[in-house]
Unconditional design. Structure first.
Length: 411
């Protein structure tokens, strides 16, 4: 029986789905987590507490564990575990991306530098120290621009500015976010003292879910994002697949994603890429050495009911994958946005939303009494709505109708 170490941070949404896939495959699972048990009420696997903040120390801990309990593979579920997985896999001579390649996905300035060097289209960009005078920097920029932390995920701290005054306000706001203990914990102190400033790229945005095998990219799904992501914040809401873009546009996006992986040195395992398409040019916005976040993977089925998590685990242990073909139905998810900060007091209309045609389920992620914080400071969604149907446009409308049926009482 293969022994797999799953690196699952305690705050991850994804523990139950990966554990269910592992159970179905009959693999032995060791969960490497950063603190508390991330499995909550799910069936528990063997648990090892690791240092995510200091990946070299965490790799020491994995190496020590593997001395007595040999591992066949390591899979990082979220961004926070990718650097740790790369270091530990190098020590144990297990298949994985190189440390250098993963570092380039975790540091947006390194990513931009490598893509620029490779000649891949991208915005004008620069790194600005938080010790700089923002008013001086503001006068040197061509607007509109986007300011973003180097290593936070899920659009946290990403703000568009159209004027020098807006840049100064955004600069101070991002600095305040990076000073938050949880932000420092996520991105590491080495990335919390400076920001990336990029020229704003207009156009439609898509997400590509893929799997790398010896550097060859296999695209599993292309998600359209039908809501315009124009700022000032970039909260993602609806993902729908298959894409309604032309075959030529989809080929261009796929080729650009593969070139991006090659430029960064990514060769193995799951990748999640964000790109913008404008005037016939595909621009990589971000790429991560892991699969899609949150509960969004539940939109994807392969073959006869194989989940994305099962497919990833099969690939990781070298098991047979009969088909990479996604289910033929259109599918989508809405990540329910938080309208304003406060305390969630009530959620109404979930049953009505679940009766909307094509809607499969509604999952509320924050319980009444919980604090809610929107982007750019926040890290969570109110929940997820899932729909499936014959046409992507019908799925999109079902998600919007279901969302309209739900009301949230936020005090």
């Amino acid at each position: 029986m293969p022994r797999v170490m799953l690196l699952i941070p305690s705050a991850s949404y994804r523990a139950p789905d990966f554990m269910a896939a592992a159970s179905k495959l009959g693999v032995e699972v060791v969960v490497g987590t950063d603190a508390a048990n991330p499995l909550q009420d799910s069936e528990s696997g063997r648990l090892v507490e690791l240092d995510y903040m200091q990946p070299e120390r965490g790799a020491d801990q994995i190496e020590a564990y593997a001395t007595f309990h040999p591992l066949d593979t390591i899979v990082a579920v979220d961004d926070g575990g990718t650097l740790l997985a790369a270091r530990a896999a190098r020590r144990l001579e297990l298949p994985y991306n190189s440390v250098s390649a993963v570092e380039a996905t975790r540091d947006k300035s390194k990513m931009r530098a490598r893509l620029t060097e490779a000649g891949i289209p991208g915005p004008a960009w620069s790194v600005v120290s938080l010790a700089s005078d923002p008013e001086e920097v503001a006068g040197l920029l061509d607007y509109p621009i986007v300011i973003k932390p180097l290593a936070l995920s899920a659009s946290r701290g990403v703000i568009r500015a159209d004027t020098p005054q807006e840049f100064v306000a955004a600069f101070h706001r991002v600095a305040a976010i990076l000073a938050m203990p949880e932000a420092t914990e996520e991105c590491g102190e080495q990335y919390a003292d400076r920001v990336l400033v990029e020229s704003y790229i207009p156009g439609v945005e898509v997400s590509i879910e893929g799997l790398l095998d010896h550097g060859k990219l296999r695209v599993l799904a292309i998600f359209d994002k039908p809501d315009p992501l124009e700022g000032p914040f970039f909260e993602e809401t609806i993902y729908v697949t298959p894409s309604r873009l032309s075959d030529a546009d989809q080929r261009l996006l796929t080729e650009t994603t593969e070139a991006t992986c090659r430029a960064l040195g990514l060769t193995h395992g799951a990748v999640h890429a964000e790109l913008r398409l404008t005037e016939g040019v595909a621009y990589p916005i971000d790429i991560a050495a892991r699969s899609i976040g949150g509960l969004c993977s539940r939109t994807l089925d392969f073959g006869t009911g194989m989940s994305l998590e099962e497919l990833i685990l099969r690939h990781a242990i070298g098991a047979d994958v009969r088909t990479y073909q996604r289910d033929s139905q259109a599918a989508g998810v809405m990540m329910i946005p938080i309208p304003h900060a406060g305390t969630l007091r009530a959620v109404r209309g979930v049953e009505t939303a679940e009766r909307v045609p094509l809607v499969e389920s509604v999952t509320i992620a924050i319980h009444p009494g919980g604090k809610v914080v929107p982007l750019p400071e926040g890290t969570e969604y109110l929940g997820f709505i899932f729909a499936r149907g014959d046409r992507p446009e019908d799925v999109e409308q079902a998600l919007r109708d279901a969302h309209a049926a739900i009301t949230f009482g936020i005090e």
